[in-house]
Design a protein around this ligand. Sequence first.
Ligand code: ZN
Length: 176
Amino acid sequence: MASGLVLVVLADRWLDRHDTPDVSDLQGADARKALMIVGVMTIHSFAEGVGVGVSYGGGEDLGMFITAAIAVHNIPEGLAIALVLVPRGVPVWQAAGWAIFSSLPQPLMAVPAYLFVTAFEPFLPIGLGLAAGAMIWMVFAELLPDANRHLTATNVGTVVVLSFMAMFAFQLAIAH
Ligand SMILES: [Zn+2]
């Protein structure tokens, strides 16, 4: 998690000092935000792909469980990308393209990780920790400030609690 934190903070600082390249039609602060969210989403997908591949080494049941969990969690992640890009003027089809792009590392990493489980397994806790650290940072630094601009604090709090409930309910549902 510390490595994820260091990575996003360094990326953030680097973007502070350099001109952000345009992303689709976005420039300046909007392009910077788009770059951060698509970047974090894409990089953390590598760890998730390794997770899928390695989980099949623990048997088909575990593999199906982890793959289903990763597949479903890609839906809100894709939505998060679209919710940052579309209101800033990126066409829907391009936002969909970025959402798909951000998860491409999953199938690309899953196959080698499955073929070489023993080689990849030691990296899994590090990779997932990095993913967790970077994602938590992004929720609080990028997504919640956006939400607070558009919704009341009461509604943001309510949606966060309901989302946690839905996530745990889903975990229980696919675990059985
Ligand atoms: Zn993820």
